[in-house]
Design a protein around this ligand. Structure first.
Ligand code: NAD
Ligand code: TYD
Length: 339
């Protein structure tokens, strides 16, 4: 039997990076190709261990570069595409929406064209619950796969656009696909511009933590390794053409998250600094994961076990995030939080 070739786009980023490591270790029978442009969010140092494995390969390319992507499909004849590569930060999409359309929409279309032209077993498109818009603070309402798409930020609008293209390539050309829509991930190697790693790194350095608005917005937290197992399941067992929501019923207000981190690290709540609210700030996200559970998915982490493990990881891996926050990140931080 031929070895399966899995193209993972965005495998130098947070979730794609965890997924690449998970797949290289779990499936020695698969060859895992990590394709990434290495933007500010991409970092290969996290893969030092798996670089020694025979089933791991790195390809540097821009998903929006049609010529480069077509050549790679011709050369490697991928069986599966698991598509993570994207611009992923809502705040950056408010200051610079253009690159979100370029990477998330056009880049996805280039990959879809290549998959259609050269043939694949399945294209897994990793999307987000943010495409559904937001929910009121009513704990009985959830996003299901049938919730209409009503994205509110340039980021979520670009992701929704890419979801619609993936759906259209399935309906029009018969491309075998699945779309996954997950809630907010957290865990090892999370880039410290996002709430949880930003809070942990700043609290460890005794720096103020910026909380937008009144801190009452709600997110539904998912440990990144539970997300990896969900994608693994969808890749192997997902019904062609279906969308699957991924979330573990871990709703917390931002203030609860920040206070949990401060308390775990035995620091003072005086580190909290309320700052101006994000423009168009979505109130609440909450996932109904029952469709995926019926397929056989069960998360391993509760929010309590996951956040404890994550905080410990940031304590043990200070070198990794200190390298990031000492570079270009400082300019980003000052610009983002000055007003
Ligand atoms: P990330 O920002 O950490 O990583 C993105 C990766 O994509 C980086 O390695 C970057 O270098 C690469 N990349 C960016 N532009 C590229 C291009 N043009 N060509 C090739 N590579 C490029 O993102 P993440 O948090 O790991 O998110 C991965 C995916 O999951 C995204 O599609 C995102 O929309 C989705 N998602 C993320 C979350 C979350 O909580 N982080 C939640 C739901 C969905
Ligand atoms: P974030 O991690 O950027 O993820 P998303 O916007 O995709 O949900 O933000 C999570 C929540 O935390 C969101 O409600 C915005 C809020 N937030 C802050 O209060 N302060 C911050 O510095 C950041 C980055 C986010």
């Amino acid at each position: 039997m031929n070895r399966k070739r899995i193209l993972v786009t965005g495998g130098a980023g947070f979730i794609g990076g965890n997924f690449v490591q998970y797949m290289v270790e779990k499936y020695p029978i698969y060859d895992i190709y990590n394709l990434d442009l290495l933007t500010y969010a991409g970092d290969l140092s996290k893969h030092q261990e798996i670089e020694k494995q025979e089933n791991y390969f790195f390809l540097k390319a821009d998903i929006a570069d049609r010529g480069a992507i077509n050549s790679l499909f011709v050369e490697y004849k991928f069986d599966f595409v698991v598509h993570f590569a994207a611009e992923s930060h809502v705040d950056r999409s408010i200051t610079n929406p253009g690159i979100f359309v370029q990477t998330n929409v056009l880049g996805t279309q280039v990959l879809l064209d290549a998959a259609k032209q050269y043939g694949i077993t399945k294209f897994i498109h990793v999307s987000t619950d943010e495409v559904y818009g937001d929910l009121e603070f009513d704990p009985t309402t959830f996003f299901t796969e049938d919730t209409p798409l009503q994205p509110n930020s340039p980021y979520s609008a670009s992701k929704a656009s890419s979801d619609l293209l993936v759906r259209a390539y399935h309906e029009t050309f018969g491309l075998p696909i699945n779309i996954t829509r997950c809630s907010n991930n957290y865990g090892p190697y999370h880039f410290p511009e996002k709430l949880i790693p930003l809070t942990i790194s700043r609290v460890l350095n005794n720096q103020k933590v910026p909380v937008y608005g009144d801190g009452k917005n709600v997110r539904d937290w998912l440990h990144v390794l539970d997300h990896c197992s969900a994608i693994d399941l969808v890749m192997h067992e997902g019904i062609n053409g279906e969308v699957y929501n991924v979330g573990g019923h871990n709703e917390r207000t931002n203030l609860e998250v920040v206070k949990t981190i401060i308390e775990t690290l035995n620091k003072s709540e005086e580190l909290i600094k309320y700052v101006s609210d994000r423009l168009g700030h979505d109130k609440r996200y909450a996932i109904d994961p029952s469709k995926l559970e019926k397929l056989g998915w069960k998360p391993k982490y509760t929010f309590e076990t996951g956040i404890a493990q994550t905080i410990q990881w940031y304590i043990d891996n200070k070198k990794w995030w200190e390298k990031i926050i000492s570079g270009e990140y400082q300019t980003y931080f000052e610009k983002q939080y000055t007003n």
